[in-house]
Design a protein around this ligand. Structure first.
Ligand code: ATP
Ligand code: MG
Length: 344
């Protein structure tokens, strides 16, 4: 594994794009596998544009790389089975299986002693009434699989509850004072490095800003980092993981984990010598991790949809790093880029 030259990345979005740039700085090549549009392909050594059912394409992709990683966790199991028979997948399959499904994820977190929102399995619409009786209102119904940016979620208030249309979990509403996340990395040698927790603000279910330092007491940030380290160690994880947490008066509650680089870790590009993308590449390539120390205060802001119109001004702003994903025409709710403002 120490002779990794080419990294295969499943998924060709902005995360794959920024991973590919980071890999290139270390003299490595990336091969992107993406069924749809692939902005990552613009900056990669090779791109395969094929479906996850195309066995010949999957096989050729796997044989052309030394290790396989992903920027997108909802890759079909059949594709992963085939790929894994040819090359190692990092982070491992257990991390993927756990985080692909909100029910499995919460069960795993509770099993390793971490607090989550109270939850109930809601396999069908007929199970919803019983679940609401157990969890109470307000609560949030979320599809078990495939949700992102708040998609597949329904608030359960006082009125009749809507159905998501797919097997779901009902989560008790957490009355949090803040949302934070930890971007943690674990190397092939078991070494763990975490970036400073960031304070996240969401609007309409989509992350808008991440601010570091997060402004919370040291006891809270230390606890957050310890929780993240416990999760990656329990999974024998290799790579970067995003751990989203709610801050409550009764302590930290894990919202969800993402087995990949994470939007709330984009600030590391302007705040650290080794950012989350390079850290992930180092881990999956079997290289030593960077230390993750933060040397600047940063506010990361996502550029969503028409925010793209602000780019000319942002390009003129001091202490501002502009990242654009090369996605073409903006659509409402679509992440088009982000900016990192160095604030101190
Ligand atoms: P993303 O892709 O941004 O991570 P997602 O679609 O996976 O989002 P969640 O992280 O589960 O969705 O939820 C999105 C946001 O909705 C959370 O960051 C939080 O602001 C709010 N939220 C989710 N679950 C709860 C809860 N149980 N109680 C209170 N707020 C919640
Ligand atoms: Mg989330």
């Amino acid at each position: 594994m120490n002779d990794v030259q080419t990294i295969g990345i499943l998924g060709g979005g902005q995360l794959g794009r920024m991973l590919s740039v980071a890999a290139s700085r270390l003299g490595l090549r990336c091969h992107i596998y993406e069924p749809g549009a692939a902005p990552a392909g613009d900056v990669a050594h090779a791109v395969t544009n094929a479906s996850y059912e195309d066995e010949a394409a999957l096989r050729a992709f796997a044989e052309s790389v030394d290790v396989i990683t992903y920027e997108f966790e909802n890759v079909p199991t059949s594709a992963l089975d085939l790929l894994e028979s040819i090359r190692p997948i990092r982070p491992n399959r257990r991390a993927l299986a756990v985080s692909q499904d909100r029910l499995t994820e919460k069960t795993f977190l509770n099993e390793i002693g971490l607090a989550t929102a109270p939850f109930a399995d809601v396999p069908t619409e007929g199970d919803l009434g019983g679940a609401i009786d157990r969890i109470g209102r307000p609560s949030i119904l979320k599809t078990r699989r495939m949700g992102y940016d708040g998609k597949g979620q329904v608030r359960v208030g006082d009125g009749p509850a809507e159905w998501t249309g797919a097997p779901s979990v009902l989560e008790g509403f957490v009355d949090f004072s803040a949302e934070i996340s930890v971007i943690v990395a674990r190397g092939a040698d078991g070494q763990v490095a975490a970036f400073d927790p960031g304070l996240n603000v969401h609007r309409e279910g989509i992350l808008r800003t991440t601010t570091v330092p997060c402004g919370l007491a040291g006891a809270v940030t230390t606890d957050a980092v310890l929780i993240a380290a416990r999760i990656v160690s329990a999974l024998d994880y290799i790579g970067v993981m995003g751990v989203e947490l709610f801050v409550t008066p009764r302590g930290l509650i894990v919202n969800e984990i993402a087995p990949r680089v994470h939007n709330s870790g984009h600030w590391t590009q302007a705040g650290c010598a080794v950012d989350q993308f390079e850290q992930h590449i180092r881990a999956v390539a079997g290289l030593p991790l960077g230390d993750g120390k933060r040397y600047a205060d940063v506010v990361m802001e996502n550029l969503i949809g028409d925010d793209l119109g602000r780019v000319p001004d942002l390009l003129r702003a001091p202490n501002t790093q502009v990242h654009l994903y090369g996605k073409g025409a903006p659509r409402p709710g679509r992440k088009m880029g982000h900016v990192n403002r160095i604030t101190g």
